[in-house]
Design a protein around this ligand. Structure first.
Ligand code: ZN
Ligand code: ZN
Ligand code: ZN
Length: 342
């Protein structure tokens, strides 16, 4: 995330700000200029979800939804107070997700723009069984996940080191980007199979095996998380989510002038990787960014422990995981193959 300044007094304001803490100017996020603007500055009107989803984005016209809210296909009914509380939290995480996707200039097409476009069904499992997941462009989120007590209980039950709404969204959108960035029958698909495994493996059987037996011994050598061991699709989605974690957190650190250089002995650099010659022009390949990321996470984890809280980034990125992240990075930078872009 970038750091934003109040357009009136230049005080630091946040991506979520609706007013300046210093001068009180009413603020909104302008998704076209990708900046925080005056709410009444003429760049747009308040989003129709301003109250119900605590949305601070500008919409093109009064009464319209903003560019983020329009990605939501299904939301809780007006009378569903519990569902709406979760809805606002998921929409907040989704705005961060969409900001990062636009910063990365990843292709985006909405569910109502084309078949298989990206959309979100935000559903309450209080009324019907809801499984968080992705199918044909639609990401389904169980709004119960917005309740921190429920989410923490699941996190402990599943033995996960990290479980957040933003993490869910990054994982699920990763499934969609696999369909967008890796065309069937392409060279990319073969390269993807060499790294992540053959995605034609029976998913139901893989899921049953995973929940019966757990991850294979020594999985940390090859996978970023235990869940990634379940099936090649999940390995891709977990890797993609981590790519977004790393990219966003490094952008934030750079925006605030945070750079960690030591202790040098703790820094494990990425293995030499085959990189695209054009990478240098685009600001360094991923191995350079991981060289900044790994000491940063070690330092921030140490700071968190000083405060008696869990590690900020409770993951280890071994050489095999770094190769997978590099592959994702190359696809993200190369963009969409011709003909798929929308
Ligand atoms: Zn101000
Ligand atoms: Zn909105
Ligand atoms: Zn998944």
């Amino acid at each position: 995330m970038r750091v934003f300044a109040c357009p009136h007094c230049a005080h630091v304001v946040q991506f979520e700000s609706t007013s300046c803490v210093n001068c009180g100017t009413a603020l909104a996020y302008d998704p076209v200029a990708r900046t925080i603007a005056r709410a009444d500055g003429g760049a747009g009107a308040p989003c129709a979800n301003a109250l119900v989803a605590a949305c601070n984005w500008l919409a093109p016209a009064p009464g319209a939804l903003c560019a983020s809210c329009r990605f939501t296909r299904t939301r809780p009914a007006d009378g569903d107070a519990a569902g709406l509380a979760g809805f606002a939290l998921v929409e907040g995480a989704k705005r961060r997700l969409l900001f990062e996707l636009s910063e990365l200039e990843l292709p985006l097409a909405r569910w109502d723009e084309r078949d298989g476009g990206l959309g979100f069904d935000l559903l309450s499992s209080a009324y019907e069984p809801v499984v968080t997941g992705h199918a044909d462009g639609i990401v389904t989120i169980d709004l119960a996940e917005a309740d921190p007590v429920h989410r923490e209980r699941l996190r402990v039950q599943l033995g996960e080191p990290y479980r957040t709404l933003l993490g869910h969204l990054r994982h699920e959108v990763g499934h969609w980007y696999q369909t967008v960035l890796v065309a069937p029958g392409s060279e990319r698909e073969e390269a993807c199979r060499r790294l992540f495994g053959d995605e034609r493996a029976d998913y139901q059987a893989a899921m049953s095996r995973h929940y019966a037996e757990g991850p294979p011994a020594g999985w940390r050598e090859q996978f970023v998380s235990a869940y990634a061991t379940m099936h090649p699709w999940e390995d891709w989605a977990e890797t993609f989510a981590h790519y977004l974690h790393v990219n966003d957190a490094l952008q934030t650190a750079a925006a605030w002038g945070v750079r960690v250089s030591g202790p040098p002995s703790a820094v494990t650099s990425a293995e030499p990787l085959q990189s695209d010659p054009a990478d240098a022009e685009r600001g360094g390949d991923l191995s350079e960014r991981l060289e900044a990321w790994i000491p940063l996470t070690l330092a921030l984890n140490a700071v968190n422990r000083s405060m008696g809280v869990e590690d900020l980034y409770p993951f280890v990125l071994g050489p095999a995981v770094q190769r997978k992240l590099t592959f994702v990075d190359q696809l993200v930078r190369a963009g969409t193959p011709r003909g798929v872009h929308n």
